[in-house]
Design a protein around this ligand. Structure first.
Ligand code: ATP
Ligand code: MG
Length: 241
C-alpha cells in the first residue's frame, strides 16, 4: 500500500505517555497533522523518520515496516522542527553536504541540486551563505534537503511556524506542488488555516490521541463550525471535557 499506515502506535518518554493508540491511514497527497503544543506531533514524525524507536504498535511506510529502517529512510525525507544548517556554508554547499551524508553520489548531486534549488525557488540564493538567509529561505532550504534524494514520502514538522503570511502561503504552495507529484507529504502545524488552504486530509492530535481523522469538510460538518479553526477548537475542547 502507498502511504503511511499506523496501527495502535504508542510511545512513552519514561512514565509520560506521548502517543496513545494512534491509528491513521495517510494516503499520497498533502496530509495535515494539527495539534497544539505537546500534542505529540514531533514524537509521531520522529518515529516515522526512524529517529525514535517504534516500540509499540505497527507502522508501515509504502508497505515497509519501520523496523527495516534503512529501507524506510531511503523513502522518507524529513524536515525537523528545529532545522538548522552550518552558517558558513552556502546554500549549494549545504545541499551537497546533506546529500553526501545520505549516500548520494556526485553524479546524482549534479542532477538533483539544481532541480531542488529550482523547485524551492532558491536559485538566486545558491551562492548565499546560510547565515545571510531569511527565516523563510532557511525553511525552504530545509525542505530542499528533505527532498534532495527524491523520496516518495516527505515529513515536515511545522514548516510554516514563525514565517510571515507571504512566506507561509509560498511554503504551503510548494508542499502542495511536491504532493501533486505523487508524494505522500505529512505536514504538521498548530495553525488550522495552513491546513484548510491546501490539505484535503487531516488528523487532529491532542494529548497523544487522534481526536479526528478525515477530510477538512468532514471535521467542519461534524462540529457544525464554519471555519476549520473553529472546528478544530471544538474538537480539542471536546477532548478536554
Ligand atoms: N525527550 C523527551 N523527554 C520527555 N518528554 C518528552 C520528550 N519529548 C517530548 N516530550 C513530551 O511528549 C509530549 C509530546 O511532545 P511533542 O514534542 O511530540 O509535541 P508537539 O505536538 O510536537 O508539540 P509542539 O507543538 O510544542 O512542537 C509532550 O508532553 C512533551 O513534553
Ligand atoms: Mg513539535
Amino acid at each position: 500500500m502507498q502511504g503511511i499506515e499506523i496501527n495502535h502506535l504508542e510511545h512513552r518518554y519514561g512514565r509520560k505517555a506521548a502517543l496513545c493508540d494512534v491509528n491513521l491511514r495517510i494516503p499520497p497527497g498533502l496530509y495535515g497533522l494539527l495539534g497544539r503544543n505537546g500534542a505529540g506531533k514531533t514524537t509521531l514524525m520522529r518515529i516515522l523518520a526512524t529517529l525514535l524507536p517504534c516500540t509499540g504498535g505497527r507502522v508501515t511506510v509504502n508497505g515497509v515496516p519501520l523496523a527495516e529502517a534503512a529501507r524506510v529512510r531511503a523513502m522518507v525525507g524529513y524536515l525537523p522542527q528545529d532545522f538548522a544548517a552550518w552558517p558558513r556554508l552556502t546554500v549549494r554547499e549545504t545541499l551537497g553536504y546533506f546529500g553526501t551524508l545520505s549516500g548520494m553520489g556526485a553524479r546524482d548531486l549534479q542532477k538533483r541540486v539544481p532541480a531542488v534549488l529550482a523547485a524551492l525557488h532558491l536559485q538566486a540564493q545558491a551562492g548565499t551563505k546560510v547565515r545571510a538567509l531569511s527565516g523563510g529561505m532557511l525553511r525552504r532550504l530545509g525542505v530542499a534537503q528533505a527532498v534532495l534524494h527524491d523520496p516518495p514520502v516527505l515529513i515536515v514538522d511545522e514548516p510554516t511556524a514563525g514565517l510571515d503570511p507571504e512566506e507561509r502561503v509560498r511554503l504551503r504552495a510548494l508542499l502542495a506542488a511536491l504532493a501533486a507529484q505523487g508524494r505522500t507529504v505529512l505536514f504538521s502545524t498548530h495553525i488550522a488555516a495552513d491546513i484548510e488552504a491546501v490539505c484535503t486530509g487531516l488528523a487532529v492530535l491532542d494529548a497523544g490521541r487522534v481526536r479526528y481523522a478525515g477530510t477538512v469538510a468532514g471535521l467542519k460538518a461534524r462540529t457544525g463550525a464554519k471555519t476549520l479553526e473553529q472546528a478544530y477548537l471544538a474538537c480539542v475542547r471536546g477532548g478536554d471535557a
